[in-house]
Design a protein around this ligand. Sequence first.
Ligand SMILES: Cc1ncc(COP(=O)(O)O)c(C=O)c1O
Length: 387
Amino acid sequence: MQNIFLDHNSTTPLDKLAYQEMIPFLEQNFGNPSSIHGFGRAARVKIDESREIIAQALGIHPREFVFTSGGTESDNFAILGVALSRQSTGKHIITCQIEHPAILNPCKALESQGFSVDYLPVDSRGILDLERLKSAIKDDTILISIQHANSEIGTIHDIEKIGQIAKENGILFHTDAVQTFGKLPLNLEKMPVDLASVSSHKLYGPKGVGGLFIKRGTSPLFPILNGGNQEFKRRGGTENVAGIAGFGKAAELACSELENNANHMSQLKKRLIQHTSEKLDELELFGDLEKQLPNTVNLGFKGVRGEDLLIALDIAGFAVSTGSACSSGSQLPSHVLSAIKVPLELVDSSIRISLGRDNTTEEIDKFGVKLVELVNEMRANSRKGVN
Ligand SMILES: Cc1ncc(COP(=O)(O)O)c(C=O)c1O
């Protein structure tokens, strides 16, 4: 049976070259990078090399990048690290309603500890109102955290303008760039960003590794992992050497082919949207179609349950998702679609298709045909009252 993966915002397959880069550090070069002997030194050299590659891809200095266990840890480190180290200056944080749970949940945890958090609303495309952001700023605001792009609807935020507002007000600005590193050009040195989270498994690297950019000159963040002196004393714990090796290679490859891959995926996306909108009525497209990740399509089909459609597509050999992988299964309507005020019956009717660089035109055409067939079938059954 065919098995076509169209869920690349949840994760990506491991690049073969990244995998090869990892093998020596799982086999003969298993040393602890903190050890002084040759085994340790080989591991240390690899970590330094990967840090250089990633720093170059992000346009930053290697010392500004701390390896973590992934996007979730990086987001927690940014939010909790700033809050705990700056609480004598202020206890107010600004974020937005469509952030990933890795931002929303540490913010909620801080609220229970006496911090206050503004979760700004977004419009029907997922865009933040900058005037609203300005008026949310208070004397005790210590951090603004707004994602670069949303994983469910793909809307890209205006990081330049948001960062500028933060800068003018002397407030630290963090962006969750987990969905954009490897998909959009990123030059963090030129952007008004103080902190940025990235993750390896979203750009064809291994899972369980990521990093946080901390702009030079930022006064130390409270480390959320206290232990040894690893990562310039910012994050304790023996490094995931093989993971870091794979992340470096994957980042190098993703960034060297970024433009070609983005063009390829946006062509496929256009083709899919054109096909489905020609063949189906009552089709909704969620997100900002002008400022959207090149690989992300979020569609709503009136009269169809997204979860039923997902299962039927899975049986037919196509992997898509409803909501983000992390929150689906919770039975709750997507917090992102709720925030953009999609009516409840449509929230439940949506699926997210997130394309990858290796998807082909043939795969997308096959998918489009199957999708239209299933939606028509499900709508016909629901009209007949069949479940
Ligand atoms: C925007 C965003 N932030 C954070 C994360 C969490 O990253 P990780 O899976 O590396 O912990 C994800 C994963 O889906 C994401 O999409």
